[in-house]
Design a protein around this ligand. Structure first.
Ligand SMILES: *[C@@H]1O[C@H](CO)[C@@H](O)[C@H](O)[C@H]1NC(C)=O
Ligand SMILES: *[C@@H]1O[C@H](CO)[C@@H](O)[C@H](O)[C@H]1NC(C)=O
Length: 521
């Protein structure tokens, strides 16, 4: 017994792991990288397929770069291409997927991995399955080791459904809406339609297209994507019931929301022991500015995708005029130069957002409402002004605003006055800060750090080779069966038939009665 346990533990020591993290979004990378380093710390060897270069070498961490992605003109998420239609917005995400797939399959990095010796094995594959299903074939290429799926994109219904989770459309707000978990009837209709549209769109349009792309590269006889997805062991997701709305989860979905967040006490302590040296430099550069910010700090960033320097000059001036009226120091992530900056505004091409948020002087985050940004604000208890543009930014903003931790501004509505009003409202009304600080305390009061939890579950799959025993039976059912739509349909049809039968009998009785009455008189 002890020997068996020992052997189990033995196999877990120093596993060789392939981490497929192909989503070309820095936030996905930050999250996946944090997970990878959690595993490296436990002695595993991680090879990560990524768009993001690593300038420094860390022991047991190997990046295979899918090069050239950011050289392409990439117009899906720009400041002026906001998609107002929620249904078409679903397509944006999958367009990005196909765009990236076409790119990645042609890279040198991809060929490097494909050219590994035929008998080279990985003990386990971790795959960010948010998009880019075309890379599923790598699983087959390395002879189907156990697969752990991950998603930093909180928990999209379409992915949780893949793992057998019931849809919960009545109270799981769809990610590109401002809905909260308590919806009106009309909102529930929209929510239902959006969730089901994505499931159908992914199943009948996206997966066949991704599969076609993969076949072009790997030949016709690749494993079916349905089968590969069905075989994935668990889904580790960036979901947490405090940061998001509460949901029911099956045992094969592991909530590890915020695993990338480290506590930081004050600048310039580097929050992450594995931080890259240029981050440390930036922190040192900002140190004096932070120390001299007597009236506190405000951070303004539109995340890693949207470029603030794409704004019209009039919009930029309106924003700067609002900032100039404030006593606080404002850090703005701005990708080029600005002449005549107000004295209290500091621009940098990149900002160590998590570290600044962790500084006690920080009073407010102005953000596009990205998943990781809102999680970091909640973690550090910093109130927010959200300017959502697309996808999950809407629901993240709604989540904070509905709990009075944030105000939402539409990008089109931003003027000097509207922005100044929103900022002063948040700074002067302690309710916002109080609410989000309370949430932060609740989040931090937890059994274990989500990173440890995620690492535990990866090792669990390594030890047991699979986690199929956790599957709800719904994972093998059609959506309409799992949601009992077929039962409801049949029952409604039955009711209708019964009603028709009764009306028929009643009409017939009346007819007979009248006939008999006529004859008898
Ligand atoms: C670690 O990963 C690298 C890169 O994939 C690989 O060359 C090496 O053989 C791996 N080491 C072990 C011990 O598996
Ligand atoms: C499913 O996964 C197991 C181990 O995790 C593997 O042995 C098997 O070949 C896989 N099957 C398919 C069809 O991927």
């Amino acid at each position: 017994m002890y020997i068996a346990l020992f052997l189990l533990l033995q196999t877990v020591l120093g596993a060789n792991i392939l981490h497929i993290a192909p989503v070309g979004s820095p936030s996905h990378h930050i999250w996946n990288r944090a997970l990878a380093f959690g595993l490296i710390k436990k002695g595993h060897n991680v090879t990560m397929l990524s768009h993001f270069e690593e300038k420094e070498k860390f022991k047991n961490f190997h990046i295979i770069l899918l090069e050239g992605f950011f050289d392409k003109t990439y117009e899906f998420f720009s400041i002026d291409s906001v998609q107002p239609n929620k249904f078409l917005d679903i397509k944006t995400v999958y367009d990005l997927s196909l765009f990236s797939c076409e790119h990645d399959l042609d890279t040198q990095g991809f060929k490097t991995l494909m050219n590994y010796p035929k008998d080279f094995t990985f003990d386990l594959i971790i795959m960010d399955i948010t998009i880019q299903q075309c890379l599923y074939t790598l699983i087959e290429r390395f002879k189907n080791p156990p697969v752990v799926a991950v998603t930093p994109f909180l928990l999209p219904p379409v992915l949780s459904h893949l793992f057998g989770n019931p849809l919960q459309a009545a109270y799981m707000p769809y990610y590109n809406t401002l809905h909260i978990d308590r919806m009106s009837f009309l909102q529930r209709i929209t929510n239902f339609l959006l969730i089901h549209s994505e499931i159908l769109y992914r199943k009948y349009i996206v997966i066949p297209a991704e599969s076609k792309l993969a076949k072009k590269h790997f030949g016709k006889n690749i494993q079916s994507f349905d089968e590969i997805e069905r075989n994935m062991s668990i889904l580790i997701s960036n979901y947490d019931p405090i940061l998001c709305f509460p949901l029911a989860l099956p045992p094969n979905i592991i909530p590890a929301g915020g695993l990338h967040i480290d506590s930081v006490k004050s600048l310039p302590n580097v929050s992450n022991k594995h931080a890259i040296s240029y981050i440390i430099q930036i922190l040192q550069d900002l140190k004096t500015i932070v120390e001299n910010a007597k009236e506190g700090l405000i951070i303004f960033t539109l995340g890693s995708y949207l470029r603030s320097d794409q704004m019209s000059v009039s919009k930029r001036t309106a924003i700067l005029n609002a900032f100039a009226k404030l006593p606080q120091t404002v850090f703005w992530k701005f990708e080029s130069e600005i002449d005549d900056l107000p004295k209290n505004v500091i621009i940098r091409k990149w900002l160590p957002q998590n570290d600044i948020l962790g500084d006690p002087k920080t009073k407010l985050l102005i953000t596009h409402g990205g998943g990781l940004s809102t999680q970091e604000a909640m973690y550090h208890g910093i109130p927010v002004i959200a300017i959502p543009f697309n996808t999950d930014q809407h629901s993240n903003a709604g989540k904070l605003a509905s709990r009075s931790m944030a105000k939402i501004l539409n990008y089109e509505d931003i003027t000097t006055d509207s922005l100044y009003l929103a900022i002063t409202e948040i700074l002067n009304n302690p309710m916002y800060s109080r609410n989000i600080k309370q949430l932060s305390q609740r989040y931090k009061d937890r059994e274990e750090h989500p990173l440890n939890k995620a690492v535990f579950w990866v090792e669990y799959v390594l030890r047991h080779g699979s986690a199929n025993f956790f599957n709800l039976a719904s994972r093998d059912m059609y959506t309409y069966q799992a949601a009992s739509y077929d039962v409801i349909m049949v029952l409604l049809m039955g009711l209708y038939l019964l009603y028709s039968l009764i009306s028929f009998i009643l009409t017939s009785c009346k007819f007979i009665y009248h006939t008999v009455y006529l004859i008898s008189t």
